[in-house]
Each structure stands twice: as C-alpha cells, then as structure tokens.
Write a protein that binds this ligand. Structure first.
Ligand SMILES: *Cc1c(COP(=O)(O)O)cnc(C)c1O
Length: 384
C-alpha cells in the first residue's frame, strides 16, 4: 500500500535515470521523453552546464532566507527583466505561487477586486489560482472559491468587452492555453485584452508558466504578438527541474509590494536560482531560439503530412515545441500506444495529444518520434 495521497494518476513507470531527451526506467527500458516533466526540462535532463552551476552553488551556500541580500537573485532578476517588458522580479517556488503573487499585487495596486480569466484556462491549485482557473472540474468539492473571479470564453474579444469596467483589477491570460488543449490565442484577441486593460486601468497579466523559457521559440510567448504585459509569471522551465517561479512586473507596481506585503521562505533559493541562471543563459542565445523555431516548424509540418489526412485527426497546431494533435476520444489510446513504442507524450484536455519535447531535442530524435506517431496511427486503423 502506498503511503502517498493518491492525488496523481501516474504512469506505470519507475524512472531511475534521465539524460537529454531520454528517460530510463527500473528495467533499463529507454523512453524518448516528449513530456519534459511538463515543459520543465527545456534544456534536456541534466544539461551539463546547469548541473555544473548547481554543483558549484552547493559548495557555497544552500539557504539563508530573504532576510539577507543574495547576489544571485539580482543576477537572475536582471536576466529576466532584460528579456521581458517588466522591471522588477518577485521570486517564489512554483507557477501557482507566481500567479498568486500576481493576483495579490493586482488587487493591492488597483484597490479593485474583480479578476477576469478565461474558460478552460489553468493557473494553479492554490485557492486564488484555482479560483482563477476556468475549469469546473478543478473547483469540485473546494467551494466557496475566492470572490469576484469571472471567466470569459477564450479568443472572444466581444465577450471580454462586455465584462470590462472600472472595477476590474486585472485580466489574466495564457498566450497558448496549455492544460486547456494547446489552444493558441489570436493576436487581435490578445491585443484587445491589452487595450481594454489600458482603457479601464486594469492590469494585463500574462501567465507564461508553460509557454515561457523558450518553449515557443521566444523567451516568452507574448513576444510573438508584440505585447507589453504589466505582469508576467514564469515557473516550469525556469529552473530546469529545480523548483523556482518568478513574477515580473512593471516599475510602477513596486510601490504596492513594499517590505512586509508579501513573501516566502524558500523563494529565490540560491540553488534553484543557480539552475535558473544557467538555464536562461542557454535559452536566451538567438541561435538556440532560432533552432527551437526550426525544429518546431519541421515537427508540425511533418505531423500534418504524415497524419493530417487521418479522419480521426481534427487539428494539428502549436508554436515552437509546444504542439497539440487534436483527435477526439482517441487521444488517450494513442498516448498509450506511443508509450508502448517508447515515446512519452501527455494529454491536454480530453481530446488532444500534447508534445513537449526538450528544446534540445535532436533532429534524429524528432524523426524517431515521428516514426512512432505515424505507426501508432497506422496500427490503430481498426478504429477508423
Ligand atoms: C503548470 C501551470 C501552472 C501551475 O504551476 P505549478 O508550478 O504547478 O504551480 C500555472 N499556469 C500554467 C499556464 C501552467 O501550465
């Protein structure tokens, strides 16, 4: 009997070792990992430069708390603000904590309560971020939720306009809905959010927890749309597997987060930040991001060519190396079939197979994965 709460539906795999794009289980079986710890291991498992940075930090100091100055916090904050529309960073330990900080800051800064998010969004599991998440199944059994969270259909500018007024503290959006099914936000919709926020004095918050840190071929996905959010939240890929989150905000917001207003014991931990620094240095080179774009385009094109005509496939979409294959009720069967062949993928909503390979994935590995995907769709032909 397990001594763990059964909060997760787990694969029947016991992973013993990981390197690059490969996971090795207890039996020594190798798997091509197109999950990457859910968009976390963006530079591959145990990237040597990240491992070295962590090992060096382990020899210096592990933890002293935020009662002290830590130079590495300033260094990573500088790297982040150099690549984002914001000017100041609050470090925490997860995506939910980054969004929690964003929601608290938005209410404190605007002195307003209403937060608008979108149907099928995902923002985390704490009370505020669960309340911000537009999915009934995530709320089930936990009510009453926090007050004044409103959900609007995604990519529906008119519906948002209806809800906007001078009581709105913030609008929070994913540039691509990850958990909701790899749904791409359209430029006019995203621009519309920014414009409406400016018009009503509300904060524009972009949740880049899954889409950020190079995943879509830019450091942050909002850059594809030329936006300038007031707040950006990051986590997942930021620490390559070390737990770290960040909320990046514009300079004028600093006044609302004075000493004593918000905090966390572990946030900005030196080991996690050593990992973040090394990760950002790898991701932020132009050639790295260019390769992510090229590999993503190749994977997307090949998928369309090889399985796009299959009657069970209703859409193949994505940006960079965040790709969804929509195939209705068949998605879980294909995910299972791919696993049996040695390719690990995950679902996004009930109908989409989500591909999140490490951004360092090689062309050879992409071709191997394509071969397995093609085969899965061939051998499952009986259900056509
Ligand atoms: C995963 C995720 C979160 C929550 O991050 P945790 O680190 O699990 O708390 C929030 N927003 C988005 C878009 C995510 O994908």
């Amino acid at each position: 009997m397990s001594a763990l709460f059964p909060t997760y539906q787990r694969l029947d795999l016991h992973i013993k070792e990981a390197s690059g794009s490969i996971l090795i289980d207890q039996q020594g079986t190798q798997y091509l990992d197109f999950i990457s710890g859910i968009a976390v291991c963006n530079v591959g498992h145990r990237h040597p430069a990240v491992q070295q940075a962590i090992e060096e930090q382990l020899k210096k100091v592990w933890h002293v708390s935020n009662l002290f100055h830590l130079d590495i916090q300033e260094e990573v904050a500088s790297l982040l603000v150099n690549h984002a529309s914001g000017d100041a960073v609050f470090f925490c330990n997860s995506g939910a904590e980054a969004n929690e900080a964003a929601i608290k800051l938005a209410r404190k800064y605007t002195k307003r309560h209403k937060i608008i998010t979108f149907a099928k969004s995902f923002h985390g599991r704490t009370f505020a971020t669960m309340s911000a998440t537009g999915q009934a199944k995530i709320h089930e059994g936990f009510g009453p939720l926090l007050q004044e969270f409103v959900y609007v259909p995604y990519n529906d500018k008119a519906a948002l306009e209806e809800e906007m007024d001078e009581t709105v503290a913030a609008v929070m959006v994913e540039v691509i809905q990850g958990e909701g099914g790899v749904v791409l936000g359209e430029t006019p919709f995203l621009e519309g959010i920014q414009k409406l926020c400016h018009q009503y004095g509300s904060l524009f918050i972009v949740d880049e927890v899954q889409t950020g840190i190079g995943r879509t071929g830019k450091i942050f996905a909002y850059e594809h749309h030329g936006l300038s959010p007031d707040i950006i939240t990051s986590a997942k890929g930021l620490g390559s597997g070390m737990p770290v989150g960040a909320m990046i905000g514009k300079a004028h917001l600093k006044a609302a987060f004075q000493a004593g207003s918000h905090g966390t014991t572990f946030g900005g931990n030196p080991i996690a930040l050593a990992s973040a620094k090394a990760t950002l240095n790898i991701i932020s080179t132009p050639s790295f991001l260019e390769e992510v774009k090229q590999k993503g385009q190749y994977l997307l094109n090949e998928l369309k060519q090889r399985i796009g005509e299959d009657t069970r496939v209703t859409d193949i979409r994505g940006k960079g190396l965040m790709i969804g294959i929509e195939c209705g009720e068949y998605a879980p069967l294909f995910i299972q079939s791919l696993k049996e062949q040695g390719l690990l993928t995950l679902g996004a909503g009930p109908h989409v197979i989500r591909l999140l390979p490490p951004l360092t994935v090689t062309e050879k590995e992409i071709n191997q994965a394509l071969g397995m995907i093609e085969k899965a769709f061939q051998t499952q032909n009986v259900m056509n």
